[in-house]
Each structure stands twice: as structure tokens, then as C-alpha cells.
Design a protein around this ligand. Structure first.
Ligand SMILES: [Zn+2]
Ligand SMILES: [Zn+2]
Length: 127
């Protein structure tokens, strides 16, 4: 599978979690990540301290650039969606295979938000 943004060959990566492991495809060149159907929902539940990073979301112009699905043979154009928890995060969604492309920084932004929420919940319980 090739990167829809820069055409580099995507590398398979495994992310381990208590509930199992998730296989994702990530671009060594631009740092984007491809999720097959359902994988993003799984990964959003992962909480790791290492994910606290400075936001590095691409510019609006980059985000709104049309990309082609790396997974489907006919390469349909991915549609743009705003993440429901973070309106600054725009992800590319394939209506055919239901895969999701996230640019570098977007996954971190989603995970960080999740982590902060988790800490917030713990805080409330303590008081
Ligand atoms: Zn790339
Ligand atoms: Zn597709």
C-alpha cells in the first residue's frame, strides 16, 4: 500500500494494548497513518503516556487537499470529515472500504484529548 499524500511505501506497524494488538500502516516519510475499518475506534481507547506531544496538525490547505484511497484498487477519492471530539482534526475517510487516513499529528491530537479526559475523570473521582 502506498501513501496517499506522498506515495511512499507504507510500513506495517503493530500497536500493542491490554485488549490486544492493532495492525496499522504508517508512512515513514510524512508520518501519516492508514487505519482499516474499525481500527481508529480501537486506537482511540489506547492511553499511553508517550503520546503527549506538541500538536503538529497540518495546515488547512494540506488537510483539504484531495487524497486517493491507498487500499482500494480503483482509488476512490477520500472524503473529508471533522473529528467529533476535535474540530481542528480533519480526517480522510474512504466511503468504499471505510478506512481512515490521518496525517502526522492528528492521531496524537485525538489520543491526547482522550488522555486528558481520562485524567479529568480520575480527578473527579478523587475529590
Ligand atoms: Zn507519506
Ligand atoms: Zn478504500
Amino acid at each position: 500500500m502506498y501513501c496517499p499524500r506522498c506515495n511512499s511505501l507504507l510500513e506495517e506497524k503493530t500497536i500493542n494494548d491490554l485488549s490486544g494488538s492493532i495492525q496499522i500502516d504508517s508512512c515513514p516519510s510524512c508520518g501519516g497513518t492508514w487505519f482499516d475499518k474499525g481500527e481508529l475506534q480501537q486506537i482511540e481507547n489506547l492511553v499511553e503516556l508517550s503520546i503527549i506531544e506538541i500538536r503538529n496538525i497540518p495546515t488547512k490547505k494540506q488537510q483539504l487537499e484531495k487524497l486517493k484511497c491507498p487500499s482500494c484498487n480503483l482509488h476512490p477519492t477520500l472524503s473529508k470529515h471533522q473529528h467529533q471530539r476535535d474540530k481542528k482534526v480533519v480526517f480522510d475517510y474512504c466511503d468504499v472500504c471505510h478506512g481512515i487516513w490521518l496525517d502526522k499529528g492528528e492521531l496524537e491530537a485525538i489520543q491526547k484529548d482522550n488522555l486528558l479526559k481520562t485524567i479529568g475523570t480520575l480527578f473527579k473521582k478523587m475529590i
